[in-house]
Ligand binder design. Structure first.
Ligand SMILES: [Fe+2]
Length: 400
């Protein structure tokens, strides 16, 4: 059985090849069969029942769709009477009735509710180096929850239970359509006979994975039996984001803070335009894409997770306590004189140089006991425990 925390960087990369995968990402459809075993620990019906009861997700985070339209929430939820703030609570019997009638259940951000899915989402983030979210889709029967459509982000679909029929039609009339776009007309690709073009058609079974690039049209239909799949969605940085970072730098430039010379002589207006264009070109040269992406990585958010009681108590954790690294992307460590510095979630941390080897070891292995960490970092166990205690207070490691 695959560890969900390595589902993409190891299992998927072993099947497809890491380079083949990253070069085809967002550009081509990808199919891979990881085997049912690889996804068994991700999500079971028992897990789903439990999290529906304990997290009691409300619409719109949980919603039903049928034949391309949302099912009115009054049909399957009621307002909780005992709560101080009115909450919508799913009525189990109403949910069963709607699912039996062919509705599909969508549950957003499952990665925040179910640790194995969270671990898989984190692993995908390490592969694509963008924020990813996992949504659940559950349907019985032959109906389709959604019409033929495209999504404004890249997706990796993982079939967990049952089967689902997919038709992937490919990019439409507007290549690389964006979430906040200026033109929303986008029609699907058709063959000469007017039929929807087909890039791939097939039935996904448990353990099979497809990548559908942003903007690619697809039609997904039930096969008559149950289907449960996870859609991992992520939005990659585009040239627009790079240009926005460039624009933010323009506030530092006096010539850009000045008013445009609307009422000046034509010659003055032309000169001003020339100055603006020249400075933009200079700054665009300075803000190279690699530097922009490094800055973006340094702002990569951390998961909200907690490590009580260690960050509050005075004592250090025991040698057999498990230490987990919090930052999703391994941050580069830099030396600043006698100190080591690391940027996580947009914040810069500086520690005594002795912390460096411990940080490096936990960033590489992600989870280790205090004793193992001491071994990798070549420091005394007591010293490693003290450093772990400090790192946990800054939410850089969790102690279990
Ligand atoms: Fe979709």
């Amino acid at each position: 059985m695959t560890d969900p925390g390595h589902l993409f960087t190891r299992t998927l990369c072993d099947v497809v090849g890491r380079e083949a995968l990253t070069t085809r990402l967002s550009e081509e459809f990808v199919f891979a069969d990881l085997g049912a075993d690889a996804v068994r620990s991700l999500l079971t019906f028992d897990d789903l029942n439990e999290l529906l009861a304990t997290c009691s997700p409300e619409p719109p985070r949980l919603r039903l769709h049928r034949d391309g339209s949302p099912v009115p929430v009054d049909r399957y939820t009621e307002t909780a009477a005992s709560s101080r703030n009115a909450r919508r609570v799913v009525r189990p019997e109403a949910l069963y009735r709607e699912l039996r009638a062919g509705a599909s259940l969508v549950l957003d951000s499952l990665d925040r509710m179910h640790p194995p899915v969270g671990a898989a989402a984190d692993d995908l983030m390490r592969l694509v180096r963008e924020r990813a979210q996992a949504n659940l889709y559950l349907i019985w029967g032959e109906s389709r929850g959604f019409d033929t459509h495209w999504d404004d982000h890249d997706t990796v679909i993982v079939q967990v239970e049952g089967t689902k029929h997919w038709q992937v039609h490919g990019p439409g009339s507007r290549p690389y359509p964006m979430k906040n776009d200026v033109d929303h007309t986008h029609t699907p690709p058709r063959d000469a006979d007017g039929e929807l073009h087909l890039v791939w058609e097939g039935v996904l079974r448990p353990g099979q994975v497809v990548h559908v690039p942003r903007g690619w049209w697809h039609t997904v239909t039930g096969t008559g039996e149950v289907s449960m799949h996870l859609t991992f969605g992520f939005t990659r940085a585009t040239g627009v984001e790079w240009a926005e970072a460039l624009v933010r730098r323009l506030f530092e430039e006096e010539v850009f803070r000045r008013d445009l010379p609307r009422f000046a002589e034509p010659e003055v207006r032309r000169k001003h335009q020339g100055e603006l264009a020249a400075r933009v070109a200079e700054l665009a040269e300075e803000l190279d894409v690699d530097g922009f992406l490094t800055e973006r990585d340094a702002r990569f958010p951390r998961r909200t997770s907690f490590s009580l009681p260690w960050p509050v108590e005075e004592g250090a954790p025991p040698a057999d306590a498990r230490v987990e690294f919090v930052p999703i992307l391994p941050p580069p460590l830099s030396r600043e004189g006698e100190r080591v510095a690391v940027t996580v979630g947009g914040r810069r941390y500086r520690f005594p140089a002795a912390v460096g080897p411990v940080l490096e070891a936990i960033a590489e292995h992600r989870t280790l006991t205090v004793a193992e960490l001491a071994g990798h970092a070549d420091v005394e166990v007591e010293r490693a425990a003290q450093i772990v205690s400090v790192l946990s207070r800054h939410h850089l490691v969790l102690v279990r």
